[in-house]
Ligand binder design. Structure first.
Ligand code: ZN
Length: 181
């Protein structure tokens, strides 16, 4: 999804070195993310556009944090989400592929304001058509990766059980051993 990849542009070393990297600042990362989600930007974000993107990232993260904590987002944050979407209008278009028809929402503007609206819309789509209570933040405090829990019993606690899950298991084991000494 556009929105969770966007949120995870804030990368942290899950192994606990304390290293982190804001990949939104990396032109390579931006280029890859845009092409993966078939978004088009006329240029890299200007300093002001970067400020707006980071504000949007903070906004979405606040909403995810609310859901991940089993609560509801602040209505003001939802209002802000609507405002971001309103700045990037779309037109509806019917598209024929073979014998089938698809209804597309085609962005009308080209630029980072429109891309911000597309990110917000991808998030709003998950809110409306999926289960926002399944939004998660990895339980490894060094990782904090954002993901959507699509497991059947909604029990996914880590972004990756083999990586963060195992690491935390080892940490708990060591803590218990230390407490037992
Ligand atoms: Zn993790």
């Amino acid at each position: 999804m556009i929105w969770d990849d966007f949120l995870n542009s804030m990368w942290r070393d899950w192994r606990g070195s304390g290293r982190s990297e804001d990949r939104l600042e990396s032109p390579e990362w931006i280029g890859q993310w845009l092409s993966e989600h078939r978004l088009t930007a006329p240029h890299l974000p200007s300093p002001q556009e970067m400020v707006e993107l980071k504000k949007l990232r903070d906004l979405l993260l606040r909403i995810v944090q609310a859901f991940a904590a089993g609560s509801q987002p602040d209505p003001e944050d939802l209002g802000e989400l609507n405002r971001v979407m309103a700045d990037g209008p779309v037109v509806r278009q019917i598209v024929q592929t073979d014998q089938r028809y698809r209804l597309d929402c085609v962005p009308t503007l080209l630029g980072w304001t429109q891309i911000g609206a597309e990110i917000a819309a991808s998030f709003a789509h998950t809110l409306a058509d999926k289960d926002p209570a399944r939004m998660r933040i990895c339980s490894n405090p060094d990782c904090l990766w954002v993901y959507y829990d699509d497991t059947r019993n909604r029990s996914k606690r880590y972004c990756d059980d083999k990586l963060c899950g195992n690491l935390m298991k080892v940490r708990r084991f060591r803590a218990r051993k230390k407490a037992g000494d």
